[in-house]
Design a protein around this ligand. Structure first.
Ligand code: ADP
Ligand code: GN1
Ligand code: MG
Length: 376
């Protein structure tokens, strides 16, 4: 970390009531949106650890509403976890108020920072090979949805409007094609053609919302596998993090995005597409884990669209990466200039593979649903 950056961070952490003296600030995590730091402090021989996060201002335009959501949701989860006999310090995030009693600190440049307790003895995975581990991740998201089933949904702000509105994502892509701000349109002819050829699928779920055929629930909306903490000792998936997109949504968004990020053989940004494939065994494991918690609450329409949602969430994500590539990488964090294009290509390959497997996925999902209900 450069000295100027360090100096800036020192000024920021002075606003939070961290215990002890500062030992170290280290960049951590591999999320695409916020900048995350692990802060270690010490008091005599006791060490404390906190997460300090810069809220991405291009993504979250209303920090008050964002923090109201996450504070209320974590408070609600805390009570549910206690009722379940769990440990609220480990099973949900504990945000800190600043010394001025605000849920975030606004720095001299207008950027917003927040802090919460670091949860020790845990790890996150960008990719999981082991079906049992993936099943646990799915179960954690199922538990999360179950615990929020009676959350007062009207109290939630829509932190990112139209987040999973796939037709709106297509409109944004078309605008990006039209504007070609990055001048990269010639590089992505094939990807644009692929995206447009699948536009007919885009409105299936939004149409079902309009016709009242799918229930709106409190959902996480960003159920990427690295948004779950795994215990280093027990290997259990015990805490769902990255709560910025908890909003009214569809259970299908959460399921579909879990498959998109979890039922694959390589990282989301694998350049060698031969290594990036859909894995039906991982798919089945995810279905089993998710349904072990969510099955009783799901409607038949939801169950019937689980496999399709995996395709749609993957298509939508690929469309978003392509849009950002065309717009000049203004949304997702990137490590190199073609990063968003590489990500888009893995997503579109996954869409193709899901399409080939859709019949089998539907069949096994129906069977696993039947079994999950029997086990209730
Ligand atoms: P982003 O929106 O950028 O994805 P996240 O809130 O998911 O931000 O945090 C990024 C990463 O930081 C996570 O994937 C995880 O590895 C790590 N992380 C975040 N919060 C914690 C925590 N409380 N304890 C341990 N690790 C954490
Ligand atoms: C972002 O924040 P992170 O890295 O968990 C994005 C998701 C995408 C994902 C693709 C708020 O998730 O919607 O699916 O990247 N989050 C936001 O990897 O846009
Ligand atoms: Mg994240």
């Amino acid at each position: 970390m450069s000295d100027t950056n360090n100096e800036k961070l020192l000024k920021i952490i002075a606003n939070f009531p961290f215990e002890g003296e500062l030992v170290e600030i280290k960049k951590t995590g591999s999320g695409h949106i916020n900048s995350t730091y692990l802060v270690t402090t010490s008091d005599s021989n006791v060490n404390y650890q906190y997460i300090l996060q810069l809220i991405n201002p291009a993504v979250f335009k209303k920090p008050d509403e964002l923090m109201s959501n996450v504070m209320n949701v974590t408070g609600f989860l805390r009570n549910k976890i206690i009722l379940d006999g769990g440990n609220p310090e480990r099973e949900t995030l504990t945000f800190l108020y600043t010394k001025d009693n605000s849920p975030y600190h606004r720095d001299d440049e207008g950027a917003c920072w927040r802090a919460y307790n670091y949860i020790g003895s845990c790890t996150t995975y960008d990719k999981i090979d082991d079906p049992v581990k993936l099943m646990r991740s799915a179960k954690a998201f199922g538990v999360f949805q179950k615990r929020l089933a009676d959350y007062p949904i009207d109290n939630l702000f829509e932190t990112i409007p139209n987040f999973h509105n796939t037709p709106a994502r297509y409109e944004a892509l078309k605008e990006a094609i039209e504007n070609n701000l990055s001048g990269r349109l010639d590089m992505v002819k094939e990807e644009v053609e692929f995206a447009l050829s699948r536009e007919c699928d885009a409105s299936k779920l939004t149409d079902m919302i309009k016709s009242g055929d799918l229930p709106i629930r409190v959902t996480h909306n960003d159920t990427k596998i690295n948004n779950v903490l795994f215990d280093l000792i027990t290997n259990e998936a015990f805490c769902v993090i990255d709560l910025d997109t908890v909003m009214p949504g569809l259970s299908l968004y959460d399921f579909g995005d879990g498959i998109r990020s979890g039922a694959v053989t390589a990282d989301e940004d694998e350049k060698d597409l031969d290594k990036f494939n859909f894995d039906i065994e991982l798919y089945n494991a995810y279905v089993e884990g998710f349904l072990s918690e969510a099955a009783p609450a799901l409607t038949q329409n939801e169950v019937d669209n689980l496999a399709f949602s995996a395709k749609l969430m993957t298509l939508e994500c690929g469309v978003r990466f392509l849009t950002d590539f065309l717009n000049g990488d203004v949304y997702f964090g990137i490590a190199y200039p073609e990063h968003n294009l590489v990500r888009c290509r893995t997503q579109f390959k996954l869409v193709r593979e899901i399409e080939k497997n859709l019949d089998e996925m539907n069949k096994t999902t129906a069977e696993l649903y039947r079994r999950a209900l029997l086990e209730e």
